[in-house]
Design a protein around this ligand. Structure first.
Ligand SMILES: [Zn+2]
Length: 82
């Protein structure tokens, strides 16, 4: 959906974009949904930001890591090459 702007499930072109996805933490505080990429001694897990494309017809949601190249610097994510 990111490139085609067309739903891969129902083929609708009513696609909405979310720059970030909200997560809820302690005390119901809003924070951005992140993928943990590094363990930092002072800051804990440092993550990559997630963006989403949502079909307004069927509700299908696709998530993307905004900076996929950051995976190569990760000490948490594992490359699963065949
Ligand atoms: Zn759809």
């Amino acid at each position: 959906m990111k490139k085609t702007k067309k739903c891969t499930k129902c083929e609708s072109t009513e696609i909405f974009y979310l720059e970030s996805v909200v997560d809820r933490a302690h005390g119901n505080n809003a924070s951005k949904l992140l993928v943990g990429l590094k363990n930092d001694f002072w800051r804990g897990k440092i993550g990559g930001e997630i963006e989403a494309y949502i079909c307004a017809n069927c509700g299908y949601v696709e998530f993307y890591l905004k900076d996929p190249k950051s995976l190569y610097d990760s000490d948490v994510a594992v490359n699963v090459k065949p």
